[in-house]
Design a protein around this ligand. Sequence first.
Ligand code: NAD
Ligand code: DAU
Length: 351
Amino acid sequence: MKKKLLITGGAGFIGSHVVRLFVNKYPEYLIVNGDALTYAGNLENLADVKGQPNYVFEKVDITDENAVNALFEKYGFDGVIHLAAESHVDRSILDPLAFIRTNVLGTAVLLNACRKYWKDDMENKRFYHVSTDEVYGSLGEEGLFTEETPYDPRSPYSASKASSDHFVRAYYHTYHLPVVLSNCSNNYGSNHFPEKLIPLAIHNIRNNKPVPVYGKGENVRDWLFVEDHARAIDTIFHQGRIGETYNIGGFNEWKNIDLIRLLCDVMDRKLGRPEGTSAQLITFVKDRAGHDLRYAIDASKLNKELGWSPSLQFEEGLEKTVDWYLANEEWLQHVTSGAYQQYYETQYQQR
Ligand code: NAD
Ligand code: DAU
């Protein structure tokens, strides 16, 4: 019998890469992409996967208990890979409750469904929670986050993700739900919504618009190519030990301003502009409230236990990312015009 997997948030940035990898690599699985299609969900990200016999899309809001239970009844899932979330820190500062609703309540609804439908047979079941390094708080100049670093979330986004991590572990300890978790650093690559630093900067440079850099641009992030994250999720889902947490990162720290300068150089080259043209667009703006100074991940547990490591150097990944955005202007145009939000109705419902 086919293994049935629910991947939540599969229409988003990372989720779309995870869905593609699983659909192509595991024809013997049925992959159900469960996504509410919020502003961040875009089924154009999966245009190449639509129509594959082992892929199904279901529009579902994970905070809706009846709808989630109905999905479990319909498919009888063997596993869940949970990525659906509100994911943008700036939005969490403006509207924290939306983050509590989806990230905390939505995760709890999914856990409860697993508990309900798996209670008589936990054997070979698995709930995988995809989380973030932001739960660990902010580092100074030195040190790395390990799996033992105490939680210290500082934005409404990271507080909601930390809370959801705690619920996942609580269901493991209390109900013996077979869970596994990972906490990953900043991703970049194709299908990234242009509210986040790298795609926003690419879009603005392309259109000769100011590139906003918060504060002095001295905050540090550890960047990982999204397809490497998807590979790590595949590895942990299949080989990770139940109840364990794995940190995922790129061993690749960049100050925001250095990253943006590098990106400006790449864009000048790709667009045939004289060197230094794009850098003139850099504009220092008011800092993000409570802006964490530095994130950096020690991913050695994942490397030693399960053999995963990043495959791409950052410069190579950034070139690939820029190439993708320049070759997919239609995707970007649909996102900025809002046309992507009609894709579900036109491509999935009017058949
Ligand atoms: P994203 O914002 O691009 O996508 C989120 C997806 O979740 C969208 O498709 C959206 O429609 C869906 N969604 C939102 N609310 C929903 C709801 N109530 N019910 C069902 N679906 C809903 O996010 P992303 O950047 O791809 O992040 C995916 C996951 O990975 C998140 O859990 C995030 O916390 C985590 N993460 C992200 C990064 C990163 O750098 N982007 C790094 C580490 C961890
Ligand atoms: O660390 C993992 C996290 O990375 C994920 O959990 C989040 O879902 C994801 O959004 C990302 O969070 P960040 O806040 O680090 O990503 P963002 O792209 O919003 O910002 C990256 C850095 O760039 C951060 O220091 C803020 C800064 N920034 C961001 C934007 C959007 C700017 O300087 N200018 C900008 O316009």
